[in-house]
Design a protein around this ligand. Structure first.
Ligand code: 3H9
Length: 660
């Protein structure tokens, strides 16, 4: 029997007496209007089709259903609405089983939850990630999930948006089984369920749970929610599932979904979603020209180098780590193994995976070994002479088609590239520390970088599972340049009357995990101090310069690791230190500045303006391609709260007045 089309993206075929309905709406089978109407039509058709015992729902390609179509948000609603399709599935007179071939997310998970059975393929995952978009599930997720997995697991999954893989889904009771061929197994389940009372999820009672355990689960999720409202709303609705009947629970959920969908928090998070996907794209760049990178060499195995090595190993690459001596190479191997161990301990990685990674790692002190590398990333001391010497040497060793990447944070990569005979093969890959954890990588398109080298670097960063943002050459690239600008503004305010703890409190209330002075303490004050000293000779003497940080460094206050910086850290706890206040007051007195009071709103307004002004300059100079790229960098590298959308988005929303 041929496929029967029900809409552009829905078709079905009878297989072993079961109607197999396939959702084919690339790229992720989102539940667009055409999918919803096609599903309704397929259900109507099957109801009257005597030859069909029931339905199996599955997705074409590698996704089951990626959720509601986020691009439809904010547009006039088009019937049928998703909750109606889902109700039709749940109340359908014949068995409907989901064959979950890939990700079942958001509305996709809600469709699966309403089916009378769920078979997970080996690549399946289930998740309700709506809170990450500033909303709650809007088609029954908060009401049906706790009926299958209980309140505690539902609070965690809905409150954090964490997806679960096939095996965990079965353990939780979310899936009925895992199969290599999920459609076949789902067909068998339809036959098994036929003629028996159907298991309608909405009719199942929510298992009763000890209220203390529920409160503990709630507190754990809310502790991580940091100023976002969606997680608390999602938890309230999950708990309501234990108290209200399905109809009233669904009505409460829908009302909350619609309210949050129109909120500024959700608009910001949707902006971030699309900005992250746009960031790695370069207009006119031929992705197909990228070279396959299998063997990666990392030069230097300090904190950054070993983190990069781990990121490359865990994403399936072979790694050659080069050090200056056999002893240092052995030390590097130990550091990489220890980082892998940590990943195993924090469940980011399995013990088997660790052993397999170490088998793909070669550590050496012989630079000639790098002839095997497709890509060499240097992560040595950030000094121009050290790096140019290294690149000159590498240039004579590596293959002609190998790519050379520098991980410099502040040096000019064009100057590093100039040390090679072929600067077109040089690109910047600015990782953030710890490089095996942080997603952001600034991919620096140097003046002479060849397009295929840039395309290869982007593809490599994506294969690492990381988030590439392309930027041009400028001191500090996108992130550190903006960071420097707003740190300068923070220091101006210090001199004018604000204290570090007041500035940090304003940033933290806005949603930053840590204020800028606390961040400086964590990073250590010595690197920026060394830079200031380097720049001293060329600094414009007429430009305002705040000396407070220099005074702290001279007093040995180099940050958290020695227990003293902008704060004191007795027992590791951040504490206001009168000695710092005295240094600040002395600096004000030396310039005859009469301190004034700053409100948190003024502090934030000035810091955001500094970020936006610098961001605008980066766009004007062509260093960043889109305002969204700047937002993505600040959110993923510098703790800017995602639910504010990034500095450029916040400024745009507030029409020139960036403080929301
Ligand atoms: C929801 O469901 C609400 C319901 O509770 C209630 C409704 C009433 N819509 O990430 P990728 C695009 S809220 C539209 O690179 P991957 C994406 O922009 C939704 N477009 O692929 C990109 O486009 P482009 C809850 C979407 O393989 C392309 O697809 N669902 C959607 O790395 C490829 O994306 C979510 O939050 C969408 N829902 O990962 C899931 N999703 O090529 C969000 C993706 O033009 N999606 N696009 O740049 C994801 O997490 C990942 O995309 C997924 C695939 C894991 C599915």
């Amino acid at each position: 029997m041929a496929d029967i089309p029900f809409s552009k993206s829905i078709s079905a075929r009878l297989r072993d007496g079961v109607f197999v309905v396939v959702i084919d709406n690339p790229p992720v089978n989102a539940l667009s209007a055409d999918v919803r109407s096609g599903l309704m039509a397929a259900l109507d058709h099957t109801a009257s089709l005597d030859a069909a015992t029931g339905i199996v729902l599955t997705g074409a390609g590698s996704t089951f259903i990626g959720g509601a179509d986020i691009k439809e948000f904010g547009k006039p609603p088009v019937e049928p609405m998703l909750p109606d399709v889902i109700e039709r599935i749940e109340t359908f007179e014949k068995p409907v089983v989901a064959a979950v071939n890939g990700a079942a997310l958001g509305g996709g998970c809600e469709v699966a939850l309403a089916c009378h059975g769920r078979i997970a393929g080996e690549k399946a995952s289930f998740g309700l990630p709506e809170v990450k978009l500033g909303i709650v599930p809007g088609a029954g997720g908060t009401q049906r999930l706790p009926r299958l997995v209980g309140l505690v697991a539902a609070i965690e999954l809905v409150g954090t948006g964490r997806p679960v893989k096939a095996a965990e889904a079965v353990t939780l009771g979310l899936a009925d089984g895992v199969a290599t061929a999920p459609v076949g197994a789902a067909i068998a389940l339809v036959h098994e369920a036929s003629g028996k009372p159907l298991r309608r999820t909405g009719m199942i009672g929510v298992p009763s749970t000890d209220p203390t355990t529920v409160s503990a689960a709630e507190a754990k999720v809310l502790a991580r929610a940091r100023g976002q409202s969606a997680p608390a709303e999602a938890i309230r609705l999950v708990k309501a599932a234990g108290e209200l009947d399905l109809r009233r629970g669904l009505a409460a959920e829908r009302a909350t979904f619609l309210r949050l969908r129109d909120s500024s928090e959700s608009a910001a998070l949707r902006h971030v979603f699309f900005a992250e996907r746009a960031a790695g794209k370069v207009e006119g760049l031929d992705k197909a020209s990228s070279r396959r990178i299998e063997t990666v060499a990392v030069v230097g195995t300090g904190l950054m180098g070993s983190g990069i090595a781990v990121a490359a190993l865990t994403s399936g690459h072979s790694v050659i780590a080069l050090e200056q001596s056999p002893e240092a190479a052995a030390g590097g191997r130990a550091r990489i193994a220890e980082t892998l161990d940590k990943s195993v301990r924090s469940a980011r990685f399995t013990a088997d995976g660790r052993a397999e990674c170490l088998a793909r790692l070669q550590t050496t002190a012989e630079a000639e070994e790098l002839v095997k590398a497709d890509l060499v990333i240097e992560a040595v001391f950030d000094d121009l002479t050290v790096k140019t010497d290294l690149f000159r040497k590498l240039d004579g060793i590596v293959r002609a088609d190998a790519i050379l990447a520098t991980n410099t944070s502040y040096l000019n990569p064009d100057a590093i590239a100039a040390a090679t005979a072929d600067p077109s093969r040089v690109v910047g890959l600015h990782f953030f520390s710890p490089a095996n954890v942080m997603r952001l990588v600034e991919v620096v398109d140097c003046v002479k970088t060849a397009p295929e080298v840039l395309a290869s670097a982007l593809a490599f960063v994506k294969r690492l599972g990381k988030l590439p943002v392309v930027c041009g050459v400028t001191e500090g690239f996108i992130g550190n340049r903006i960071f420097s600008a707003y740190r300068r503004e923070a220091e101006f305010m210090l001199e004018d009357g604000a204290l570090p703890q007041e500035i940090d409190a304003a940033l933290e209330a806005y949603g930053f995990p840590m204020g800028i002075f606390a961040v400086n303490d964590m990073a250590g004050l010595e690197i920026a101090w060394a830079r200031r000293k380097r720049q001293a000779a060329t600094r414009d003497p007429a430009a305002r310069y705040v000396e407070i940080a220099d005074r702290l460094c001279e007093a040995g206050r180099l940050g958290h690791k020695i227990g003293r910086g902008w704060y004191a850290y007795p027992d590791g706890k951040r504490t206001i230190d009168p000695e710092v206040t005295a240094v600040i007051e002395a600096a004000r007195a030396a310039k005859n500045i009469a301190p004034r009071i700053f409100t948190p709103a003024e502090i934030m307004s000035r810091l955001l303006k500094a970020m936006v002004d610098e961001g605008t300059a980066l766009l004007t100079d062509g260093i960043a391609a889109r305002p969204g790229d700047i937002d993505v960098v600040m959110i993923n590298g510098y703790g800017f709260p995602a639910h504010r959308g990034g500095p450029m988005f916040a400024a745009e929303q507030n029409k020139g007045e960036p403080h929301a």
